[in-house]
Design a protein around this ligand. Structure first.
Ligand SMILES: *Cc1c(COP(=O)(O)O)cnc(C)c1O
Length: 357
């Protein structure tokens, strides 16, 4: 698989921290492996791709990223099967998406050969950090940021592209209660909602805190014009099952084109489930909850794979969802994880093996 010609220098740690890690008590995204990948953009090109020991960076406080938020990221995972083989899930999609996000944020695109060789080399060096066993994985965080010094509001001409690896267990514990946005918005027509741009997340923290105070973990965002149509949650796309039809919002420049979302749609279509990719009005959701036809709501995203929603709040009312015996959320989560952990066939060719040296 490793056919790239990118010339990545490697500096290994002298002492691995692996033995100190308590894999049973990981907080999502707060433990990092021994190595990271760093590459600099300067004078119009990406230079010096390098794998180095994980550690702090020295960056000027005047770097543009701190002032203008010119930064994008990705989220992907590596999984280990029972034979110790490591796999990624549809990494090509993440590669294309970070460049799409970068383009929207006026960040130079990153070369494919360096991206994939960096992943191969990093995962080979730090494969001991990928624990086998379902639910265990290595979260991969590629990101790019503007590092040029200067507080003038213009795009940077220097950037860093970095990849971090973080061992994780399943992201959420238990079901999620969501509230439907009636005042704030995460994105708007023509905006950056479809990009994994850093500022999209910072902007959600305040309204999400308000939701938390009322007992909801997440906000389901609605269209910014009228707050009438359901769009997505802050880090997950959202599916609604009304009777036996699965409904999800079409992607647009306000909605992140999730890889888990498109995988769920493919699995549902293959299973002969009716999938309706269309705008769903909040009023239709409330009607369906009231007349008993709303069976499930769930979120989809790399971190948690599928997050079943146990209740939604709207207009100060809480609508509880009953557990379904034939839950779509459970079924798709199982099928996705079976593919990810190499425990089933891979009919769509989504698994991407990382060769074991
Ligand atoms: C990353 C993300 C998702 C999920 O995308 P996946 O590719 O499935 O991980 C959904 N919504 C938002 C806003 C996101 O940032």
């Amino acid at each position: 698989m490793n056919t790239s010609t990118a010339n990545i220098s490697v500096t290994k740690v002298t002492n691995s921290r692996l033995a100190e890690v308590d894999f049973d008590n990981l907080t999502f995204g707060s433990t990092f492996t021994d190595h990271m990948f760093v590459c600099d953009f300067k004078d119009g090109a990406w230079h010096n791709p390098a794998i180095v020991p994980y550690g702090p960076l020295t960056i000027s406080p005047a770097a543009k990223v701190f002032h203008y938020g010119q930064a994008v990221f990705e989220g992907m995972k590596a999984y280990k099967d029972d034979n110790g083989e490591v796999f990624l899930f549809r990494p090509e999609q993440n590669f294309e998406r970070i460049n799409k996000s970068s383009k929207r944020m006026a960040i130079p695109e990153f070369p494919r050969d360096i991206f994939f060789e960096a992943l191969h080399k990093l995962l080979d060096l730090d494969k001991g950090w990928v624990q086998s066993g379902v639910g265990n994985s290595l979260y991969i965080r590629p990101f790019a940021m503007a590092t040029q010094v200067g507080v003038s509001a213009s795009p940077s001409d220097e950037y860093k592209f970095i990849i971090l690896l973080s061992p994780v267990k399943a992201y959420y514990t238990g079901d999620v209660r969501v509230t439907i946005a009636q005042k704030y918005s995460r994105s708007a027509d023509g905006g950056v909602g479809a990009a994994k741009a850093a500022g999209n997340y910072g902007a959600q923290f305040y309204p999400t805190n308000l939701a938390r105070e009322k007992g909801f973990q997440q906000v389901v965002w609605t269209d910014s014009n009228e707050h009438k149509y359901l769009e997505e949650a802050g880090t997950m796309n959202v599916f609604f099952r009304i009777n036996d039809t699965l409904i999800t919002a079409p992607t647009s420049d306000r909605i992140l084109d999730g890889i888990t979302r498109k995988s769920v749609i493919s699995l549902a279509e293959r299973a002969g489930i009716d999938v309706d990719v269309r705008r769903l009005a909040v009023s239709e959701l409330v009607d369906a909850a009231n007349n008993g036809s709303l069976k499930e709501i769930f979120g989809s995203g790399t971190a948690a794979v599928i997050s079943p929603v146990s209740a939604f709040g709207y207009n100060d009312k809480v609508y509880d969802l009953q557990k379904q015996d034939d839950s779509y959320a459970t079924k798709f989560k199982q099928q996705l994880m079976d593919i990810q952990y190499n425990r089933s066939e891979d009919p769509f060719g989504w698994r991407y093996p990382i060769a074991n040296d």
